[in-house]
Write a protein that binds this ligand. Structure first.
Ligand code: CP3
Length: 368
């Protein structure tokens, strides 16, 4: 496995980058933070969605003893799990180990992880929406903030920590349907049958997630990511009417946090021109859309993150390298690409394939 390049090496290799890549919160010479800001980097940064999870034997060993909800609520354990993939692979960023539903639990929404989250009393009425309290992160989810502080202490200075939240519309899908589903019929009919209630819920969630993410930045998160995992459920008009204003509200509150913002739009090929105008630094792209096409639509003001199909990790080593090269080539040599999968890694993935992928991406010259 390639050793991680030290901060000093990186500073010498990045033109004008040594000072530029220093964030207010640390993260000296991080290739990940530089790429978020579309600055040149010595190699393409890579991290992997769900990099802490069941494909790692050490995660499964811990999960045999502790259930998922307890893991997320115990800072020492959540920090340990966050760091597990960093101990194995030369990843360029860590991501908080938690779940998009964790802050909603903090707001009193009762749910079970089986393993996907299931809401005991789905939200379908104005009365339920009005009963949802505001989120006060230090009071409602102190364990998340403590986890971030602990992880920061355990990370090398050139490996930043990403905080995250679910985007408002994606959280609405879970709250209204109660569980993941293919069509999310209850959530989509809610938008048409009760548009005002839907807007009210989205506004509430947008404010809550802004509070949540601002508190994460204050506790040490050096970049913030919003997961719009169910963007692909909506036509462009409904996306622009419901999902977009809500996420715009959240990001408007976060600009003052001074850290890069990433908006991941799953199944969002048809929405690229719509999200191009959003005031975020990076758009996360799923594997269905060619990254070159995404960059042409998004324009030079956005960095992109993605987008290898999680299934490609099951290819033989030589093939996997070719698929990774195809992603690197599609993104092109211009600064502002963070390598990732197009969606979360699958639990039956071989960790050796991840090691090969990380090393290959690092070994390739970004301009080659
Ligand atoms: O990326 C990371 O390593 C950080 C950890 C993380 C988890 N969930 C851990 C988790 C993150 C960023 C999430 C976000 C999340 N959670 C999203 C958005 C990202 C995406 O995938 O689109 C969504 C939609 C959820 C909801 C959720 N939580 C689902 C659908 C599931 C079941 C997942 C599965 O693979 O079966 C969960 C549970 C969950 N969240 C697990 C993990 C590691 C599995 C829990 C277990 O150990 O049993």
């Amino acid at each position: 496995m390639a050793a991680r390049v030290s901060a000093a090496d990186g500073a010498a290799a990045v033109p004008g980058g040594a000072a530029a890549a220093v964030s207010a919160a640390g993260g000296e010479a991080s290739v990940f933070l530089a790429a978020c800001r579309r600055q040149p980097v010595r190699h393409r940064p890579i991290w992997i969605m769900r990099q802490a999870g069941r494909y790692l034997p050490e995660y499964r060993a811990l999960r045999e003893k502790v259930d998922f909800a307890t893991l997320t609520r115990t800072p020492e354990l959540a920090a340990e799990v966050t760091l597990q993939p960093l101990k194995r692979f030369a990843l360029d960023a860590a991501i908080l180990f938690s779940d998009i539903m964790t802050p909603l639990q903090g707001m009193g929404v009762e749910l079970d992880f089986v393993p996907a989250p299931v809401v005991r009393a789905p939200i379908r009425s104005v009365a339920q929406i009005e009963a949802l309290p505001a989120l006060v992160p230090a009071r409602d989810v102190p364990f998340v903030l403590e986890t971030l502080r602990l992880v920061r202490r355990g990370l090398p200075r050139d490996v930043p920590l990403i905080g995250f939240a679910g985007a408002p519309f994606t959280l609405l899908c879970y709250l209204v349907c109660g569980r993941p589903s293919k069509e999310f019929a209850a959530a989509r009919t809610f938008l048409y049958a009760q548009p005002q209630a839907a807007q009210q819920l989205l506004t509430h969630l947008a404010e809550a997630m802004a509070q949540y993410l601002a508190a994460q930045a204050e506790a040490g998160a050096q970049a913030l990511m919003l997961f719009e995992s169910w963007a692909g459920l909506l036509g462009q008009r409904e996306f622009e009417r419901f999902a977009l204003p809500a996420v715009r509200r959240t990001v408007a509150r976060l600009r003052s946090a001074g850290v890069p913002l990433i908006y991941y739009v799953n199944d969002g090929a048809a929405l690229m021109s719509t999200v191009a105008g959003l005031d975020v630094d990076v758009i996360g792209v799923d594997w269905r859309l060619d990254l070159g096409a995404a960059r042409r639509i998004l324009g030079p003001e956005k960095a992109v993150q993605g987008n290898l199909d999680p299934a490609a990790l099951f290819a033989p080593p030589e093939e996997l390298r070719r698929h990774a090269d195809a992603v690197l080539d599609a993104a092109g040599p211009a600064p502002g690409h963070i390598f990732n999968l197009g969606h979360g890694i699958w639990p039956d993935t071989d960790p050796q394939a991840v090691a090969r992928l990380v090393d290959h991406v690092h070994e390739r010259d970004p301009g080659a």
